[in-house]
Design a protein around this ligand. Structure first.
Ligand code: AP5
Ligand code: MG
Length: 207
């Protein structure tokens, strides 16, 4: 099965992807993680992506689409995958339809008022795990791998505001795009915990 995880910045895409990967053994492909790995590695793609990510803007479509198109040809993607953070606008969605067959788009729907706190309180590990300071109890290392936790450079109020605007103008229209294809399923993530959201996702995936 090939699925897309759709949702605003801070909706919980990465958090749920980690749970889905563990339970359903579905490969997790995050364009944000790919860009951050490139930034860390000092590659040309990383240098280009950094200026856009730091500003809360989308990395150019051609670069992003080429990365995903190539990643989906790897052997580990043959038995299914979930895309986190891609597609992010109509152009990317239309391109994706040319090189992939998507079965389901899972939209994580969150009240906007919750997002700023979720993102600015987030601490991440290089292994991909995300935490929130409210549940860390002062811990500074990853419960999964022991790695040091840090704050993403784009997790500051000013950049988050631009990311939310970018989401509203460019990414939210994809909800209609996948609805019109009959592929959209939405889950509500309110004040509930990640586990409560995951229960809703499992009910959809088990069907
Ligand atoms: P990306 O890395 O994709 O970031 P994003 O979309 O802004 O989403 P986040 O990773 O911030 O949020 P999330 O939904 O994964 O939330 P999480 O699970 O961590 O992209 C970063 C940048 O890269 C973009 O701005 C862009 O520049 C570039 N980029 C990436 N893809 C691109 C593309 N396709 N095209 C062009 N450019 C691209 O959770 C957030 C926090 O909330 C955590 O602290 C978590 O613990 C907490 N939390 C999660 N769920 C719950 C819950 N149910 N209740 C309470 N707290 C919760
Ligand atoms: Mg994420």
């Amino acid at each position: 099965m090939n699925i897309i995880l759709l949702g605003a910045p801070g909706a919980g895409k990465g958090t749920q992807a980690s749970k889905i990967e563990e339970k359903y053994k579905l490969l997790h492909i995050s364009t944000g993680d790919i860009f951050r790995a490139n930034i860390k590695g000092g590659t040309e793609i990383g240098k280009l992506a950094k200026s856009y990510i730091d500003a809360g803007k989308l990395v150019p479509d051609e670069v992003t689409c080429d990365i995903v198109k190539d990643r989906l040809t790897w052997n580990d993607a043959k038995s299914g995958y979930m895309l986190d953070g891609f597609p992010r606008n109509l152009f990317q969605a239309q391109e994706l339809d040319k090189f992939a067959k998507i079965d389901l788009c899972l939209n994580i729907d969150v009240d906007e008022s919750l997002l700023m706190d979720r993102i600015c309180g987030r601490r991440v590990c290089a292994c991909g795990e995300s935490y929130h300071i409210s549940t860390l109890n002062g811990a500074t290392t990853c419960a999964k791998c022991g790695g040091e936790l840090y704050q993403r450079a784009d997790d500051n109020p000013e950049t988050v505001k631009t990311r939310l605007d970018t989401y509203k103008s460019q990414t939210a229209p994809l909800i209609e795009y996948y609805k019109s294809q009959g592929k959209l399923k939405s889950v509500k993530s309110g004040a509930g915990s990640p586990d409560e959201v995951f229960v809703q996702i499992c009910a959809i995936l088990d069907r």
